[in-house]
Design a protein. Sequence first.
Length: 293
Amino acid sequence: MFSSHRAIRIERAVDLINQHYSNDLTLDEVAAQACYSNWHFVRAFEAEIGESPFDLLRKRRLYAAAYRLLSNARVSISELSTRCGFQYASSFSKAFRRQFGMTARDWREGEWQHWVSEQPWHAATRSQPAHDTLLEHDPDQVRIVDPQSFSIQTVPPQPVVYRRLRGVWGDCLNQTAHHTLRESPVPLPVFYGARQDLLHLRGPAESCYDVCVPVATDYAVPPTMGRSTLFGGLYAVRRLQLHEPYLSWRSVLASWPRQARYVFDPRRPMVEGYGWQGDYLCCTTLYLPLALR
């Protein structure tokens, strides 16, 4: 459960971007979150994340918009651009076309699947066995479930300590998560996996997954561990049956009614709850963050 001091500080800035991408964030604000001067922050951020803070901010805004287009059939392009942090609809439209090679309208009407099929990582996933995270990238594996199997719940905040896994996915993600948990100094009756990456529209190199262990509010966290809070808001909750086939987040989003009162909220991570079944950790619950339409 240990990471470098620099990584912990930089991930705090990433969390700020993920949660507040719709705001007019400044370099001063983001650097202060990591307790760096602006000059040192940009270099440390690029060393840890592989891109600049504002490249990440721009992509987060665009991927959030891409998700909203798929989950909200009624939102206008101009309203969407404002919700996702763009000052002008015209700048959003240009940025969206530059990122995805099509208009937001074409994306909403189904061309997004063509975009996914052309990604380099997509061909690689189709040639491998379909285990767990691989299913997020395979449209043939989408499983539609009854929307009535979800319950709308307000889930209270849960303090956690976490280790963030970047660029790790599929079977390797499962193995790394189990290894991380075995090293944890915290008791493990349950643990949570938080998807920070809007995964099924992004390739494996951009996979970002938090292995989270719940702790008490006053737990003394070592400086080499991340501390965060999960939940604290409205969620669509689905309890999984024992031995139920893997239900990908892509399937969850495809199953959610497009005309529902609530829509997916990309400012918060999708969360998987795990518990022990004998000697094995099994996914027991899925938590999809929601916002009012």
